[in-house]
Design a protein around this ligand. Structure first.
Ligand SMILES: Cc1ncc(COP(=O)(O)O)c(C=O)c1O
Length: 321
């Protein structure tokens, strides 16, 4: 039996077509994924709207889920539509108004050789209420730690995939940032440019232009990032895509993280510890508070996910059809 202290309002999880009590254990300790990280996951949010919970860009998340699974050569035991329905069910079953949703495909129990040829692929879907990922700071401004360790390079692995094992570095350096007294870590890439956070993209604003990087800079091109670029363009705010140098970052007027978990969170302070032979240096981004353009984009984003902006209705999948 598992106690539930960190998954508010989670009562049941979906596993291979059935709902189970949250406290129930049903994964064998010799499951392949537990040993080698041979799993694929998505992080998805549902938001409260006047017509019940609506899931943000669900088909896009499902596309990425299947793409990630293809890299692990997984035979997924369900269709995309079946998974979409099961996700809606998971929100309903737990009677959630808003939710963080975690579908997980994993090589389960069978064999323990590195090649999981006798380990079937199983699917779990969990949903619970998860507020601001980085706490209160997400609104006021994140203090970030620019790591001395570099992001895996895009020539080493396909950055589009969300594979369990790849996230070990995100965990290690996310912990390190917090040990140093910061809210979150930031990776440079091997070229020495700003890449991304452990689970977040980075966007900056300079002279009124919203800028971010892409896959060529060794980042996962997040669904939130892509949405923000579209929102900015629709608001008449120019956008650009390309490398973000450290200088660009430290001298930006505004900077923010984006991601499903973090949503949109201003970055206001950065400790640059990326040069191993130099002492760390602290930088304040812009005015040191949430910037004007960031704040405007947050407002429109909140409006969209709350189902209050008809122009973006196609981004929402309502749980109650
Ligand atoms: C490494 C990494 N970068 C960026 C993101 C943001 O992606 P999204 O906006 O699709 O959640 C995530 C989260 O999924 C991530 O894990």
């Amino acid at each position: 039996m598992f106690e539930n202290s960190h998954f508010p309002r989670a009562k049941k999880f979906w596993h291979m077509g059935k709902f189970h009590d949250w406290a129930e254990s049903n994964v064998h300790a010799m499951s392949h994924a537990l040993h080698y990280g041979t799993s694929v996951f998505e992080g998805i949010r549902a938001y409260q709207t006047a017509d019940g919970p609506a899931i943000f860009r669900l088909p896009d998340h499902i596309e990425r889920f299947f793409y990630s699974a293809s890299l692990l050569r997984m035979n997924i035991p369900y269709t995309k539509q079946e998974i979409i329905e099961a996700i809606k069910q998971a929100v309903k079953e737990n009677q959630l108004d808003s939710a963080y949703i975690r579908p997980l495909l994993y090589y389960s129990y069978g064999n323990l050789g590195l090649v999981p040829k006798h380990s079937p692929v199983e699917l779990i879907i969990a949903a619970w209420e998860w507020g601001a990922y980085l706490g209160d700071r997400a609104e006021k401004g994140i203090h970030a730690y620019l790591l001395p360790w570099r992001r895996i390079h895009h020539t080493q692995f396909d950055m589009k995939a969300k594979l369990g094992g790849l996230y070990i570095l995100s965990t290690i350096y996310g912990v390190l940032a917090r040990e140093k007294g910061y809210d979150e870590a930031i990776f440079l890439n091997l070229e020495g440019n700003v890449a991304e956070g452990p689970g977040e993209n980075i966007l900056i604003v300079k002279d009124g232009v919203v800028k971010t990087n892409d896959m060529n800079e060794s980042v996962l091109e997040g669904i939130t990032r892509t949405s923000i670029l579209k929102i900015a363009e629709d608001m008449g705010i120019p956008t650009s895509i390309g490398p973000i140098t450290k200088h660009d970052f430290f001298t930006a007027d505004e900077a923010f993280f984006s991601g499903t978990a973090v949503e949109i969170a201003p970055i206001t302070q950065v400790l640059d510890d990326s040069e191993q032979d130099k002492s760390p240096k602290e930088y304040t981004i812009g005015s040191g508070t949430a910037g004007e353009i960031t704040t405007k984009i947050i407002r429109v984003f909140k409006n969209i996910v709350a189902g209050e902006n008809n122009s973006y209705k196609t981004w929402l999948t309502y749980v109650n059809d």
